[in-house]
Design a protein around this ligand. Sequence first.
Ligand code: UD1
Length: 363
Amino acid sequence: MKKIISVVGARPNFMKMAPVHRAFQKYKSEYQHLICHTGQHYDEKMSKIFFEDLELPHPDFYLGVGSGSHAQQTARVMIEFEKILIEQQPECVIVYGDVNSTIACAMTAVKLGIKVAHVEAGLRSFDRTMPEEINRILTDSISDFLFVTEQSGIDNLKNEGVVTDKVFFVGNTMIDSLIYYQIKANQSNAHTTYELNSGDLVLATLHRPHNVDTTEQLEKIVSLLNSISEKAKILFPIHPRTRKNLEAAKLISTFKKNIIITEPIGYINFLSLMQKSKLIITDSGGIQEETTYLGIQCITARDNTERPSTVEIGTNQLVGTNWEDVGNAALSVLSGNFKQGSIPPLWDGHAAERIVEMLDERL
Ligand code: UD1
């Protein structure tokens, strides 16, 4: 039996991996697909709830690396993952997205002569101050199989001189999860839980260091959300990084009444809330894609995006990090100026099956 190890570490990895795990179980009984969780994210609300919502089994390996500086986190993952690889000798390691666990495990596997597949390859923000951009470039440059979600990924890899027979345009496994769990999300009562049954809802998620690591930026965010909350109810699930910084800056109690602050929300409830929102203000990568699929208005508070198809084809508006501009864009959407969008090619719920087929032909 051929052994494959998928590595996940941080929240956005889990929904990208779940459909790949399911596809191996369903179609490829000759493979043993094992899951390694590095423990980069460890809070129950950042990790465990996702395994439950996505119906994933307990990880076969848990590295428990936790938080730390980039070097500490990456190094700890490498040291622990190397032990697993030496013991397990898998045929291939699959890594997802652009978090520190992604590059750490890709690098460890490649140096042991184990093949690496990168799901969500080729995305580029062209902003090397973002740790994720470094992780993407490095992971792509050492992977054997590059599974791409959108046209820009193919173009970027081509421009970097990557040989085309490593590159596979398969679609988006994050959207596979969204499609698969939409029925369950429709049954969620998250809307009632947060008492959101009347009026327009704006969902906000912000966690990028650039936005939330300085008091100056945080003050601007609070003031922006307070002003938007005069027009609509806001639900703001707070990432641990953001919460820690808001608390340190003594800003957590300065949000107005129409803003509901919560812990991070699990996958199914968040999906349900996204579908019922009029607008989402975010600096996340994945939410830009999910809103594009759902046709929900998205304002991205970043200066660049590695997911240009969500702007070119989808409902995403890349507004930048001038919070006055973000506020104006939000008020424009709330007054009915919607951006029309459509769904990018191959975001059809079958990306994971394509990945598994292609790996099977080549391993
Ligand atoms: C990481 C990813 C980012 C992704 C994000 C999604 C990298 C470089 N960054 O950023 O690309 O968009 O995950 O959430 O890999 N913390 C907790 N509990 C947890 C996890 C984190 O309290 O379960 C706190 C810790 O104080 C930690 C901080 O959040 O120091 C940041 O966590 P970390 O994993 O370093 O990066 P994220 O900001 O979550």
